[in-house]
Design a binder for this molecule. Structure first.
Ligand code: 13P
Ligand code: SF4
Length: 353
């Protein structure tokens, strides 16, 4: 298929600026980005890998983050003072991250502490959250996790405390809790709109894992019905899903793991294999393109519109205004506490499969 002239011009202009800036520039791209953006990046990865890259590359001056805001913000926290982090579209947010704000979490924290007696509660925040929540975890002896190290983070949390408050994604928390052998009655959901999160004092006292009532609209679109239909159509296929899916979907799949786990699962499958994936559609399309010796199919079409906001036009505009526009900043006091939690996370091993 011929590339439209406008696309060709945008790509050419981006490449020219990249060349001019040379080693001063680092373009990071998340796995859910459109293919044309991935092709222009210096490094692609999941949120854990990208935060590692941002922390490692202290020699670059400009980091352009093609992903969503919480990822760019984490890079800004990890960046050195001489570096700027820019995001091509400031509106590229994350619905799940918006489901927990620091006021509600502080309120829940106090309520849980007042009921938990002598138990130590460890706060564990998913990377998909704003800097204030990461700072909250830094101040209260907790850490950050991504889907590639949530099990390690939870193990770490239970090694220093009796209870974990996990936010904002209840599904990732529950799936990891299940994997660690927690009983359903040891996991409760905290709904910030209800008094005591909708729980009785004895539920809170018994709980080991308190799950914030947040979720990803992209990953909760996958349903048991989709798995049943695909199993009937492709009985020989393997089904792999992201842990932001519901526990019912995870239970019926063959494997569940982070974005990097899924990438490696497809790469390591034998030639001729059929793999059906429950995650963001742009990643699935790219995996199908680069693994032509296998059949890679979507469990159901589900696109993250936030990730999709980054395009060639706003990437070019960002590069034309390097260091100037859509600069992601975090207040110093917040940054210092958030860095404690992020550095704690970077010490955890990750499971990229
Ligand atoms: P990763 O941590 O696997 O990159 O995923 C982030 C995300 O937003 C998934 O929906
Ligand atoms: Fe947020 Fe879901 Fe998009 Fe990931 S896929 S960035 S969790 S809205």
């Amino acid at each position: 298929m011929a590339v439209p002239v406008e696309t060709e011009k945008l790509v050419g202009d981006i490449r020219a600026i990249k060349e001019a800036l040379g080693k001063e520039l680092l373009i990071l791209t998340h796995h859910y980005q459109r293919k044309e953006i991935i092709d222009l990046g210096d490094f692609r990865g999941d949120s854990f890998g990208l935060s590692q890259k941002a922390a490692e590359n202290s020699q670059v001056r400009f980091i352009v983050f093609c992903g969503v805001h919480f990822m760019a913000e984490s890079a800004a926290i990890l960046a050195q003072p001489h570096q700027t982090v820019q995001i091509p579209d400031y509106e590229a947010g994350c619905w799940m991250a918006d489901m927990a704000d620091s006021h509600d979490v502080e309120k829940a924290w106090e309520e849980i502490a007042s009921i938990s007696g002598d138990s130590t509660v460890v706060p564990l925040v998913y990377m998909n959250s704003d800097a204030y929540l990461k700072a909250f975890c830094g101040r209260h002896g907790g850490t950050v996790c991504t889907s590639s190290n949530a099990d390690q983070a939870m193990r770490w949390g239970f090694s220093i405390g009796q209870k974990i408050l996990f936010f904002p994604d209840q599904h990732l928390g529950r799936n990891v809790g299940n994997q660690m052998g927690l009983k359903p009655e040891e996991m409760i959901v905290w709904d910030p709109k209800k008094p005591s999160g909708g729980n009785g004092p004895e539920d809170i006292a018994r709980a080991r894992l308190i799950l914030w009532d947040g979720y990803c609209l992209v990953h909760t679109r996958f349903e048991v019905e989709h798995i049943l239909q695909m199993r009937e159509k492709f009985p020989e296929a393997k089904i792999v899903v992201h842990p932001e899916c519901t526990q019912e979907v995870v239970a019926l799949s063959d494997a569940c793991g982070s974005t990097s786990f899924i990438v490696n699962y497809v790469k390591n499958a034998p030639p001729g294999a059929t793999i059906i994936i429950g995650t963001e559609i742009n990643l699935i399309h790219r995996l199908a393109l680069v693994n032509r010796d296998k059949t890679v199919l979507e469990l159901h079409r589900s696109l993250c519109p936030n990730m999709f906001r980054i395009n060639l036009k706003n990437l070019l505009w960002t590069l034309e205004n390097i260091g100037q526009v859509n600069v992601v900043t975090v207040p110093d006091a917040v940054k210092a506490d958030a860095l404690i939690a992020l550095n704690q996370m970077l010490k955890l091993p990750s499971n990229t499969g």
